[in-house]
Design a binder for this molecule. Structure first.
Ligand code: DX5
Ligand code: ZN
Length: 220
């Protein structure tokens, strides 16, 4: 099952509720929410008040991507704000195993993200603990960047490793994902696709439909 996770970072924040609803109407099952602290990444985005306001506008899965140092400090608050899936960066957690357990104890699905330059071997010990692995396909911090081609090989290698272990863990990709490169990412083994600019710039309904049509063509 292929899933589209529109990243609200590229949306018009003055009309966030309606923009998100439009993606839900088009068939996007997740909504991707990038929380940035200005320390782990250079930029600051939004936090709990925005998440909890938005919660009332959609039934989509709240896919919260925490680009935050020491994210364990905020897990319970993020859950309270409406998160269903919480993804933390391997690079931001000294005690990754503990943070994964915290996420599960809060009643959320647990994801771990890797920056482009972080090898997948850093997750070997926790592979069977996580629900999702997010492979960053740009350097995190900003929307609208260009897809980094070598990350495709990371997705392929990760899918291979998961299969060797008998796991069908979700692989999410994030950054520079468009209808033009999504097929290559599907071939490599990704199944959850974050897209910011490719969804929220110009006609949202039409953009979502382009992704959905590609998913359908593969699923039929
Ligand atoms: C980048 C964020 C992404 C970003 C993707 O740090 O994690 O989710 O919004 O935006 P696009 O699809 O425009 O690259
Ligand atoms: Zn993201």
């Amino acid at each position: 099952m292929y899933i589209l996770a529109p990243s609200v970072l590229a949306a018009d924040f003055g009309k966030l509720g309606e923009a998100v609803q439009e993606t839900e109407k088009g068939g996007a099952r997740y909504i991707h929410l990038d929380v940035m602290d200005g320390a782990f990444v250079p930029s600051i985005s939004f936090g709990m008040p925005v998440l909890s306001s938005l919660r009332g506008y959609t039934k989509q899965v709240f896919d919260v991507h925490m680009m935050v140092e020491d994210p364990g400090r905020y897990i319970e608050d993020i859950k309270k704000a409406g998160a269903d899936l919480i993804t933390v960066h391997q690079e931001a957690c000294i005690h990754l195993d503990r943070v994964i357990n915290q996420i599960k104890a809060a009643g959320c699905k647990a994801g771990v993200a890797l920056n482009p330059a972080t090898p997948i071997s850093t997750l070997e010990c926790v592979l069977d603990q996580v629900d999702l692995i997010l492979i960053m396909t740009v350097n995190p911090g900003f929307g609208g960047q260009k897809f980094i081609p070598y990350t495709l090989e990371k997705v392929r290698a990760l899918r291979g490793l998961l299969q060797e272990r008998g796991l069908d863990t979700d692989i999410e990709v994030d950054g520079g994902v468009t209808p033009d490169n999504v097929r290559a990412l599907m071939d490599a083994g990704a199944n959850v696709f974050v897209a910011g600019s490719a969804v929220f710039k110009n006609d949202i309904g039409e953009n979502v439909k382009r992704f959905m049509d590609i998913f359908k063509e593969r699923e039929s």
